[in-house]
Design a protein around this ligand. Structure first.
Ligand code: SF4
Length: 146
């Protein structure tokens, strides 16, 4: 398994660990934005440029980020959030904060064992994104979006 395949597999494992809890919890989240139309912690996606404005996806080039917006249908108000189905972009492209943040309710629902596994996976993913001084990740994504 090469570097990028391992990275994709770590992101898929995160998806599997989270999907049951988030699909139950997030649609009924009572923290609402934009006049009660957008839910939860993704409600600021449009305002915060998918959290890129916070430096939370600096491992991706500006050019690739723009291509990502075109490919997955960026919305100026809701960003990558689809109000019915959740985030439109695969986890491999999501900002660091999208991967690491878990609200108290989600933590409670997941329980300590799953949280421990998720913490390990996020550490590995962040390591993949930032540990290489030549920024291998940026190069791979740039090539993918040519
Ligand atoms: S998880 Fe997706 S929809 Fe939510 S803030 Fe991140 S990029 Fe936006």
């Amino acid at each position: 398994m090469n570097f990028f395949q391992r990275y994709e597999s770590e992101c898929r494992r995160m998806d599997n660990l989270l999907k049951e809890a988030t699909s139950e919890l997030c649609p009924s989240c009572d923290v609402l934005f934009h006049e009660a139309e957008a839910m939860g912690c993704c409600g600021f996606c449009g305002d915060m440029n998918a959290y890129r404005d916070m430096g939370s996806s600096s491992w991706m080039s500006d050019e690739t980020f723009l291509k990502l917006k075109i490919k997955y249908g960026w919305d100026e108000r809701y960003g990558f959030l689809d109000l019915n189905t959740g985030c439109k972009i695969p986890r491999i492209y999501r900002a660091d904060i999208c991967l690491t943040f878990m609200c108290g309710e989600l933590r409670k629902m997941l329980g300590p064992e799953k949280i421990r596994m998720l913490d390990k996976l996020t550490s590995r993913i962040l390591f993949d994104r930032y540990s290489d001084p030549d920024n291998k990740m940026m190069k791979i994504l740039d090539e993918e979006f040519v």
